[in-house]
Structures are given as C-alpha cells and as structure tokens.
Design a binder for this molecule. Sequence first.
Ligand code: THU
Length: 130
Amino acid sequence: MSLLDDARAVRPNAYAPYSKFSVGAAIRSASGHIYRGVNVENVAYPEGTCAEAGAIAAMIAAGETQLVEVAVIADSPSPVPPCGGCRQKLAEFGAGDVVVTLGTTAGATLQTTISDLLPGRFDASHMDHS
Ligand code: THU
C-alpha cells in the first residue's frame, strides 16, 4: 500500500460541506509511522483547515517532528497542488528533498519535492540578525 493509498482512504472523512472539495493527506514520519489528515471546513470560511495541516497536527500530537514522505489527493482534474500555507507547513517538518506525491481520484499522479514546491523559503536562518 502506497502513501497515496492512505490519503485516498481517509479522504471520504473530509468535512467539506462548503467547497464540496474533499482532500486527503498522508505523511510518513521518520519512525515509519503514517499520519492521515483531511480538510475540515467551517461556516466562518477562514477558520477551515487543510488536509495537510491535519496530518501534520496528528504527527505532532503523537510526539514526532520529522516527516519523510507526503501524499495528497483530491477529486480534481489534475493532481492537487498544496496551497501556499501548506507548503510552508510541510517545509517546517520536512527536508527539501522529501518527495510529495500529488494525486487525483481518477488515478493521475505527480511527484515533486518540498523544495520544488517552496523555493527560497523563509527559515530560521533569516531571523539571525547578530
Ligand atoms: N485544500 C486542502 O485541504 N489541501 C490542499 O492542498 C488544497 C486545498 C482544501 C481547503 C478547502 O477546504 C478546500 O480544499 C477548497 O479550497
């Protein structure tokens, strides 16, 4: 079973009554454990959270901080790209060369990496003002 299968399996649990766009995400941590997440929308639209954020929160709650692989899936015409905020969230916990597999429910896939998704990212070194 691939990580994308995990993302596919959890996607039906998404809470997306407003956009009707269900997203599933799965991340593999350094220990090999897999954490799943879905988007959770809210009637106050900006309060909604993305599937990637949910998977990251599950990993952190379990006591892990390093992700080594990511998969995201949605019923979209082309493999769903993570939003800008999720790119920054993924980069917080994964190295630049971490593989991110984007998928569609119809079976299309696209493989990329965290650094390709977020080149020139803001990181802790930018706060070094000494
Ligand atoms: N969404 C995600 O969960 N992940 C993505 O990578 C793209 C967008 C969600 C947010 C919102 O609930 C819905 O998809 C439509 O934007």
